[in-house]
Design a protein around this ligand. Structure first.
Ligand code: F6P
Length: 542
């Protein structure tokens, strides 16, 4: 039975009809305990979802929906190492990457010895680089590390690296290159000394076009600057589930770090994919990041559904998407260090749950992943918040902030947080006609001007949001935050009945690009393409 055919789905539809005209203003006015009732804490994270358009009854129904979708069983299956990624016949065990205890998932199939061995090797390599013992050309210490990867082999480590830059190694430059566009790699190479640069080629498959081309360009750059006989082994490391391909490329076997087919790319920052990150922040901080995620894993696995942070967050998303009709979700960090968090979440959520075919191969008959987008909240206020306030669209928002700043400047943090709290309150409560009338009355306007201005100054409000407030952006808190979103995605996928761990939708464009590429050099190959593609190619040639 599909989830939309369940009794609870019907009950939720009826509940929406009953409650759809209740404004957040009324929900707050009618329950002075609302914020206490509708927030959860986990370690140093407060999750306040009282500004979502839900009541305790909504939540009770949503929890029932999760039970009808067999969510506890799905959680159990993931942690047991079942092959829940059915289209690729793979287990989904990224949680193993942050575990401190062995064996896991069980004694028969224990992945932990390999995980721990790799963590140990990563730690040794990272320490060697951080202490200057790892040398490049002519014995000179490595000063710059360039992570070459894309998607999950880039976004997660880069996002965390940026988030924790206050504790990154002061003398080691760690850079991330993902884009095929030479405008990313070329200017970076101009700033680097080939003698003291190490490239880490990160690709689970070791076939991804962007990564392979950037890696080849890096190799050519080393040869062009240091001679054809340069010892590439000193300047390359790699992370891949196909180590033989990395060795064939020219990476020394000792510097190839494994990942496994049970780690999805977008869930891989905890693995050797996070090597550049570990080099930057150090093995100890990396371990704290893992511990924070592990604590969230344990919470997710053991807390009752109604008190379970990822579950509640996911269910609120289901409510907004499937019952209130929201099509997007804005992620608004009020913390400069989290500037890459929205793009990290875009891959995590949209590549996982942007699907319309169920696990059993049938069409899904409800909406799945919303369009995730976002930007640093304070900057967004002066750009697109206008639409959130008065554009008339339903756009649920995640406000994310930390109480303490890693870069305290007098007066800044309080001002930043005031804006964060003000925006979510303004979105929720708006400004009524009578409130606008009252403020216009103080502006010495003519009665005509008052009438003209009134509709422009009204804010409908009722825009739902959650606020995630961290005490500070420590590695552990960040680990918990990322794991929170990972599990949220898992819960939503389980309820929608889709496989959150494959990504067939990215294949078509990749295959077409490889057919188009030769046509740049040989126009006779530009046949069989659609008229638009032919026209674009012809324009480039001209
Ligand atoms: O094209 C999408 C994708 O497969 C992502 O899922 C993945 O994170 C990214 O490409 C990079 O893949 P790889 O690590 O194999 O280079």
């Amino acid at each position: 039975m599909t989830i939309t055919a369940t009794r609870t789905w019907a009950d939720l539809c009826a509940h929406r009809q009953k409650t759809e005209n209740i404004h957040l203003r009324e929900l707050f006015a009618s329950d002075p305990q609302r914020t206490e009732r509708l927030s959860l804490t986990f370690d140093d994270i407060l999750f306040d979802f009282s500004k979502q358009r839900v009541t305790p009854e909504t939540l009770a129904l949503l929890v029932k929906l999760a039970e009808e979708a067999f969510l506890p069983e799905w959680i159990g299956r993931m942690f047991a190492g079942d092959h829940i990624n059915v289209t690729e016949d793979r287990a989904v065990l990224h949680v193993a990457l942050r575990r401190s205890a062995a064996p896991f998932p069980d004694t028969q199939c224990d992945v932990m010895p390999e995980v721990q061995r790799t963590r140990q090797r990563m730690g040794e390599f990272a320490e060697a680089l951080r202490s200057g013992k790892c040398v490049g050309h002519q014995g000179m210490a490595i000063h710059d590390v360039v992570n070459i990867g894309i998607g999950g082999s880039d976004l997660g480590p880069k996002m965390v690296n940026q988030a924790l830059r206050s504790i990154s190694h002061p003398a080691l430059g760690v850079h991330y290159v993902s884009n095929l566009d030479g405008a990313q790699l070329a200017p970076l190479l101009q700033t680097l000394d080939p003698r003291t640069t190490l490239f880490i080629v990160v690709s689970k498959t070791f076939t991804t076009q962007e990564t392979m081309l950037n890696a080849e360009t890096a190799r050519n750059w080393l040869k062009a600057n240091l001679g054809d006989d340069v010892d590439l082994a000193n300047h390359f490391a790699a992370v891949s589930s196909r180590p033989e391909r990395a060795v064939q490329f020219g990476v020394s076997g000792e510097r190839v770090f494994p990942i496994w087919d049970w780690v999805g790319g977008r869930y891989s920052l905890w693995s050797a994919v996070g090597l550049a990150l570990m080099i930057s922040i150090g093995p100890h901080a990396f371990d704290e990041l893992l511990r924070g995620a592990e604590r969230m894993d344990e919470h997710f696995r053991s807390a009752p559904l109604a008190e379970n942070l990822p579950v509640i967050m996911a269910l609120i998303g289901i409510w907004n998407t499937n019952f209130l009709g929201a099509t997007s979700n804005a992620v608004l960090p009020y913390n400069e260090s989290l500037k890459y968090f929205p793009s990290f979440l875009q891959q995590l959520e949209m590549e996982s749950n942007g699907k319309s075919v169920s696990i059993s191969g049938d069409a899904v008959d409800c909406a799945t992943s919303p369009i995730v987008w976002g930007e640093l909240g304070n900057n967004g206020q002066h750009a697109f918040f206008q639409l959130l306030h008065q554009g008339g669209r339903l756009v649920p928002c995640d406000f994310i902030a930390s109480v303490r700043s890693d870069y305290p400047l007098p007066g800044h943090q309080e001002a930043l947080l005031s804006n964060c709290f003000a925006q979510s309150a303004a979105l929720a409560f708006g400004k009524t006609e009578s409130e606008v009338r009252e403020s216009l009355a103080k502006e010495s306007l003519t009665p005509e001007q008052m009438v003209d201005l009134l509709p422009h100054r009204v804010f409908a409000g009722n825009q739902p949001s959650s606020t995630l407030l961290l005490k500070n952006l420590s590695p552990a808190a960040l680990g918990s935050l990322v794991a929170l979103y990972e599990h949220k995605v898992f819960v939503q996928g389980a309820i929608w009945g889709i496989n959150s761990f494959d990504q067939w939708g990215v294949e078509l464009g990749k295959a077409m690009a490889s057919r188009i590429l030769p046509a740049f050099a040989d126009p006779s190959l530009a046949t069989g393409f659609d008229a638009s593609t032919r026209g674009l190619l012809a324009y480039c040639r001209r």
